[in-house]
Structures are given as C-alpha cells and as structure tokens.
Design a protein around this ligand. Sequence first.
Ligand code: SF4
Length: 316
Amino acid sequence: MNYTFGPVPSRRLGRSLGIDLVPFKTCTYDCIYCQLGRTTDQTVQRQDYVHWELVIEEIRRKLDTRPDYITLSGSGEPTLCAGLGELIQRIQAIANIPVAVLTNGSLLWRKDVRQELQHADLVVPSLDVGDEARFRYINRPHASLSFDQLIEGLVAFRREYRGAYWLEVLLLAGYTSIESEVKKIAELVRRIAPDRVHLNTVTRPPVESFAEPVPLEQLTRLADLFEPRAEVIADYARDPHESESTASESDILEMLLRRPCSIQDIVAALGLHNNEAIKYVEHLRRQKRVESVVKPRGVYYRALRPEDQPPEDPQG
Ligand code: SF4
C-alpha cells in the first residue's frame, strides 16, 4: 500500500502532500455527497491501520517535493487511525513542514482524539447541517453517533486547541442551502468560533445523484450569514453532471488493457487525484472489467478481456 499521494495542488493548502491513514472508505459517515462512493466499512472503532515506519519512510522520500503542508486526509476518516498524535509528532520530527488534519469531526467528542490532534498545526473539521434529522439524512453517521455529540466535540476542541482551526461547511441545493437552514448552521458556527469558515458544495460526482451543488452566486450570498464571514472554496471548474467520470474510467481501462498498473502509475500517467483513481478502479473491479494482482512490488490492476471473464453459472 502507498500511504502518500501528491503533492496535489490545494486551494487552501498550496501544494499538499496527502497521507492516507485508513483503508479505502473506512469512515464514521456515509455522506450522500461523498465523491469516493459508498462507505464500505462504517465504524467508530479506532485501530492501528498503518505501518508507521513505512509511512514515515514514504514521507521522508517525498520531502524533496517541498510540499506546503503534510495533510492527513485520504479515502476515509483519519481520526479512526489509533495513535494519530504520535504519528503527527514523528512527522514533525523529520519534516519542518506544517501538518494539517482534514476530519469530519465526528470523533472530537472523544478526549483521546482531541488530545492527539493538539499536535497538528492546522485542523479542519466539517459541519454540514444544523440539526439531527439532516445529520442522519446527509452524513448518514454510524448509529452510535449523535448530532449533539458532534457539536460538543467541535466546541470542546476549540477551547483546548492552540493551532489553526478552520471549519468547512458543505451545503447541498434544496437540503441545506435554504436560508433558514444556513442560519441554524451559522448559529452553531458562532458557538464553535473557528478561526475561519470555508463554504463548499458538491463539485465532483457524488455517491447519490440527488446531492446537488449550490450555484456560486447563492453560495456567495449565504457566506454573509456566517461570522466570521465564510470564504467560498468550492471548485466550480468541475461540474458533477459532466460525464467526466466515464471519460476517466475509460482512460484507465485503456491504460490497463496495455499493461498492468498500480494506482500510483495511474495517478502519474493521467494526472488524477489518488482518491479518484481508486474510486474508478474500484468501480471497474465491481463491474468485473478489471482485476487486482498482488506482485512483489505491490498491488497491480489489469483489464479483463472478454476471454478472461469467468464462465456464466449454468444455474443462473
Ligand atoms: S465525505 Fe468524507 S466523511 Fe463523508 S463519507 Fe466520504 S470520506 Fe466519510
């Protein structure tokens, strides 16, 4: 497994070297707007998911790319990785680069998680909704999590944390973009008192087609309801309704028909984000158009030709 991806250009973080600490779609939520697909392992159990020495070694090898941030994020919820605080300290010991954590914030009610995150230079949690009902509908959290717990965690972390605290609010057309809903969120944001508020919307193909983007003009107007005034960070260059995902998928398939490739090969050749490449490959795998092959140097993917397809089950 490769734990690092990038550096990738990020509007907020400059050139960000991403660190993926949990397996693909291991998350406390299953958001309707997630660009990575359905959550396959929904859990609140923190675990040792990574081999720390390998993570540190990979970061060390990427330091000459001079990233602006080392960012713990990736294809699931990073605070599910046990021992996060020690890992952050070990990264800081080898790199004079600020460490950021992008989290959905769902585990901040836990004291151990808040304490471990104290070591980060920047923490960016999320708050997308203003009440429990919308929390259940939009974030589809693990059954043991409640909205009140989420808010308590966000407020408690603000009291204790000395680093930079930015809050991301992702709004969806029709559900959370109406003024009365945004006012509820803004009221909670006032209580949380982050250093900055970032307003976002869905701009990549979401897991549920009914998760629709809020137009830029509307998002800009809604930014005024926040205190401090929110900054719009949505990347409208990507329209989620364009057939971009199909094009990327067929590009990957063509590449894999020529030779087996790792995710890293696909990322390098097609200029995709690591998470996007994983999402497309997983989709192709579910369609049985691609299979994974474990080789001494890691996992490779190869396209299945019609003659490679498993025979139909005569029992149906
Ligand atoms: S958007 Fe983030 S928090 Fe929501 S399901 Fe996807 S990975 Fe988890």
